[in-house]
Design a protein. Sequence first.
Lengths: 291, 142
Amino acid sequence: MDQLSKIAEYANPDVLVTTEWLKNNLDNVIVVESDEDILLYETGHIPGAVKLDWHTELNHPLRRDYLESEEFSALMNIKGIGRQDTVVLYGDRSNWWATYAFWVFKLFGHENVLLLDGGRNKWIADGGDITKEKPTVSSKGYPAVERHDSEIRAFRDEVLQHIGQPMVDVRSPEEYSGERMHMPDFPNEGATRGGHIPTAASIPWSKSIQEDETFRPVAELEKLYFENTGYDRSSDFIAYCRIGERSSHSWFVLKYLLGVESVRNYDGSWTEWGNLVGAPIATGSEPGLAD
Amino acid sequence: MTRASEDIIADFQFLEGSDRLQLLLEFSEALPELDARYGDHPELLERVEECQSPVFIAVDGTAAEIRLHFSAPRESPTTRGFASILFSALSSHSADEILELSDDFPTKLGLDHIITPLRVRGMRGMLARIKRKTAELVAKDA
């Protein structure tokens, strides 16, 4: 199946764009690169793209939280992004951090946010231009808008109430079972207990990705998220991982590609749950039971 | 501390946030090509499991002059930058000098706020492995 017909089958086809589309629309959109490796942008990026550093720019400077409204508008002004602009996000590692940025844009209700299917690697593989030249941008007076957490963000007490309902653990099988408390190849980021939230299904985020880093066709995603779990589009989903970045990727798949009505990302994720005094935990490869 | 490692710390500390990143980028671009001896025999290299990106190291030479070798992909400039810093700080130094370098060296560069803690820990993992391999090499020669 070619990429365009594949995209046409998603619940929200308008939210994904191809390299070809982006090449033809570079002048009409603001391209934003959000990478795991925060030096990648400097080695070369899509012409005109601005860099967003997920580590230093999206988080609250003190608390474990996201930016406040004033800070987000200041960030948008530094990047030269206007409230009405169409933002196209892309990044390394199958758009892992690009979807994280996508989720944050949506916390602030930015309407026109698109994602480049396949991200940075696909752009390069498709022969897209790369430049080291940084664009000159100026503020477009982004308004201070309120951050809306309730629809797409879940907090620990809500997660506790949600046990037994559709929940997806998107970490590796070893993290899910409790064999290890961090991703393979990544050092432990500080959880004192291993395992998963009882009743959560294990669907590692990367299963939704094809070899060329684009998303799998909708039929395969349905199998992965619905047929294997018994959940469906009308289910109220919560996704979590370690700090909320991998689960933004699964959040994006569930909400935009599969069209699930309600999906929230629990950004506290395992680094919060695995440290919470008294929080219920299941180990092993089975979801486990609610208390 | 080797003179080189002190100089690197001073260089990083002298700079502000984004300029520190720029310096790290320059280091990543300066990482020497992998010696053909290792390029043809990747099994001689050890994978640094603590790093998020694939990076491999080898340690050879003598106690008087240890040589370090790194292999890290161009698509992982941060990892390459860390490897290059350790190369500049330690390669061609004596085993004693390498073993004396503080395990806190990566933290002293002042990158914690601009790079994720995971990354800095990856560099600590690289340093720990270099030290262990250096100690093994010296023990074998003794």
